[in-house]
Design a protein around this ligand. Structure first.
Ligand SMILES: [Zn+2]
Length: 377
């Protein structure tokens, strides 16, 4: 995902922080320190409130992280691959490779997060009730409520929230139709988002400003529900197309030692922007969209190889991959063409244009992998 910072790697999972978190950190620390804590626990000074605010935000981060980890660890016990966890606005997303996800593992994975948050809420509540140190009482008062909200909000049966995932798993177990189940679960999410927004409008009429956050939350939920549904449709269409069906074998190659200026002269009349670099071996991709303009002097100095993206920096596709893997990789690496490898052997290339073309045809005219295989037989 774009705009993320990799924090660390644990249990083979990359933990990434989306930039929206910095806003959440800042706004929450500020509102906790200047209004929440002074309101509920009067009598301390500014420094104490700010310390409470910052410590609480740190524990909020930890709570969300642990929530996501419980999804991921259950996923691992179900042999579902987890690539990464991205913490972003309002929570996290576990990058789960959920192709061919069976209903029961999906259900268990989905409920693991909210259940863990519920348990955390219980623990913080106990510490709060033990009523020891004033500082501890204040932050656990906030943290038990936060984890409770995290658990309840995520249990709402609207996809892509956890509750929606669990709901979809149940539907899928009944219908054996992922598309249909997702559609219903997404509808659940939209209904909830609208209910939330209307509840807040009523609340606002009664004269309180705090509800604005919830309108925002509702809008956000409505938006991600739509995006997720499109993702499922797209994924289903592309996953049916083996990458080998889209393979191009021959592609114009240029000499790595050629000066960039010479290359420009030779290919002035070419209608393409992407060239493969290599003589006997393929060593990189020259994508002119990624090459910035440079003075004539520099063009004469640099070789094509120096300007190109080297093979070592390209996360190649493998023979067994589908068009969906290619679609994801094109977006991640912002390349127009990808080599397809069998271990270290180069099999050919796949272009983004071809993948997108096939996607449109399969969505519009319902022809995809099946059409291809019929043609071959
Ligand atoms: Zn969750």
């Amino acid at each position: 995902m774009r705009g993320t910072l990799k924090l660390f790697r644990i249990f083979g999972i990359d933990v990434q922080l989306h930039f929206s978190w910095w806003f959440v950190f800042a706004i929450l620390a500020w509102s906790l320190s200047t209004s929440f804590f002074p309101h509920y626990f009067p009598g301390s000074d500014t420094t104490a409130y700010w310390t409470m605010g910052i410590v609480s935000v740190f524990f909020l981060f930890l709570s969300v992280l642990l929530h996501e980890f419980s999804h991921s660890l259950v996923a691992k016990t179900q042999k579902i691959e987890v690539e990464n966890i991205t913490l972003f606005f309002f929570g996290g997303v576990a990058g789960i490779n959920d192709e061919d996800l069976k209903p029961l593992p999906e259900f268990m994975m989905a409920v693991a997060g909210p259940l863990f948050s519920l348990a955390l809420a219980g623990i913080f509540f106990l510490i709060y009730k033990l009523n020891g140190h004033a500082f501890l009482t204040a932050i656990t008062f906030y943290l038990y409520q936060l984890n409770l909200v995290l658990a309840l909000f995520n249990l709402v049966p609207g996809y892509p929230l956890d509750g929606g995932r669990a709901f979809r798993a149940v539907l899928n177990g009944y219908y054996h139709d992922l598309k249909k189940s997702t559609k219903i679960a997404v509808l659940g999410g939209r209904i909830f988002a609208l209910l939330l927004a209307s509840a807040v409008i009523l609340y606002l009429i009664h004269g309180s400003g705090g509800g604005l956050w919830f309108i925002f939350l509702g809008g956000f939920l409505y938006f991600i529900a739509g995006v997720s549904y499109e993702q499922v449709i797209l994924k289903e269409a592309l996953n049916q197309i083996p990458i080998m069906n889209l393979l191009t074998k021959d592609y114009l190659k240029i000499e790595p030692t050629l000066r960039f200026s010479q290359f420009l002269d030779q290919h002035l009349d070419s209608d393409q922007d992407i060239f493969l670099v290599g003589n006997s071996h393929f060593s990189g991709i020259l994508d002119l969209k990624r090459v910035e303009s440079m003075p004539a002097k520099v063009q004469k100095l640099l070789t094509v190889k120096q300007v190109a993206v080297p093979l070592s920096e390209i996360n190649s596709l493998q023979k067994k991959d589908t068009a969906y893997t290619a679609y994801k990789k094109f977006a991640e690496q912002n390349l127009e063409i990808f080599p397809v490898m069998e271990k270290t052997k180069l099999l050919g290339f796949v272009t983004r244009r071809k993948v997108m073309h096939r996607l449109v045809w399969s969505l519009k005219y319902h022809i995809g992998a099946d059409g291809e295989s019929k043609k071959k037989k």
